[in-house]
Design a protein around this ligand. Structure first.
Ligand code: AMP
Length: 272
């Protein structure tokens, strides 16, 4: 497995490849959710490239940039075992320059929900993914449905900027008890982890209820009864294009939750 630290080396390597390229961008601290993306990329492409980069521009001041888990050695081992061809793991100076051109997330859909509670987060996400796409020039790029709004905005960027690549959504991988895998789960104490389960439970209950009612208020009320979080930021019902809805349509509804358990901010969702 090749390991590259600079965009130049990566681009040179990419040029030497003949065949389709599946790309999995990550911030590292890899878990089974990331592995699912990697495996799908490997099954559908001739080559798999993974990037590992804790992108500073998508963290707000005061967020967990400094304490975000970094486990490069273990991550490289996971990638090697999973049959990844190359890992691109740059330092920030190799990606960003001073006073550079920046991409803005769309004013509405980039600034609701996650974008409301983390303003400019998606500007940073789109900025880095744009750069990564230009370096790796993938045939297909793999993104988790766990970060549903991110997935939607990246699809929009591909459309708006005429990127010649396919975005492949990947289902959320969960622990046996329902907790969505996340690099941030390691912040949770045992007691917090138990309460974090109430998030996936509320979503599961909502999915079940939606088979007998399309009434969002009724569903929301039951979800609130199940949730055992310290600070709920949102429960939202949107269609697949992130328009708010007031009735559920199967095949075109996503229910999203963002909440703090202690100091840890978790997000999860379910696609109906
Ligand atoms: P991150 O390292 O958190 O930036 O995530 C990298 C990619 O993995 C993103 O496309 C995420 O949506 C995806 N991902 C994160 N957690 C999961 C999960 N539990 N299941 C599936 N994909 C995930």
């Amino acid at each position: 497995m090749e390991i590259f630290k600079t965009p130049q080396e990566t681009t040179e390597y990419i040029k030497s490849l003949q065949g389709s390229i599946g790309f999995v961008p990550t911030m590292g601290a890899l878990h089974k959710g990331h592995l699912e993306l990697i495996n799908k990329a490997r099954n559908e492409n001739d080559f798999v490239i993974v990037s590992i980069f804790v992108n500073p521009t998508q963290f707000l001041p005061g967020e967990d940039l400094d304490k975000y888990p970094r486990k490069l050695e273990a991550d490289l081992e996971i990638c090697k075992r999973a049959g990844v061809n190359a890992v691109f793991t740059p330092i920030s100076q190799n990606i960003y320059s001073e006073d550079e051109i920046s991409i803005k997330a769309p004013k509405i859909k980039g600034y609701i929900l996650e974008g409301f509670f983390r303003p400019r987060h998606f500007d940073g996400v789109l900025q880095v993914v744009n750069k990564l796409f230009n370096i790796v020039k993938p045939t297909r790029a793999y993104f988790g449905k766990k970060d549903a709004q991110q997935l939607y905005l990246i699809k929009q960027m591909v459309k708006n900027f005429f990127f010649d690549l396919e975005i492949v959504p990947v289902d959320t991988i969960r622990e046996k008890d329902g907790l969505a895998l996340s690099s941030r789960n390691i912040y949770l104490s045992n007691e917090e982890r138990k309460r974090a389960l109430s998030i996936s439970k509320a979503l599961k209950r909502a999915a079940k209820l939606s088979t007998t009612t399309t009434d969002i208020e009724k569903i929301k009320k039951e979800m609130l009864e199940i949730l055992d979080v310290d600070r709920l930021q949102y429960i939202a019902f949107v269609d697949n294009d992130f328009n708010y809805i007031n009735k559920i349509t199967h095949g075109n509804t996503i229910i999203l939750i963002a909440a703090y358990i202690g100091q840890t901010r978790l997000i999860d969702n379910i696609w109906l």
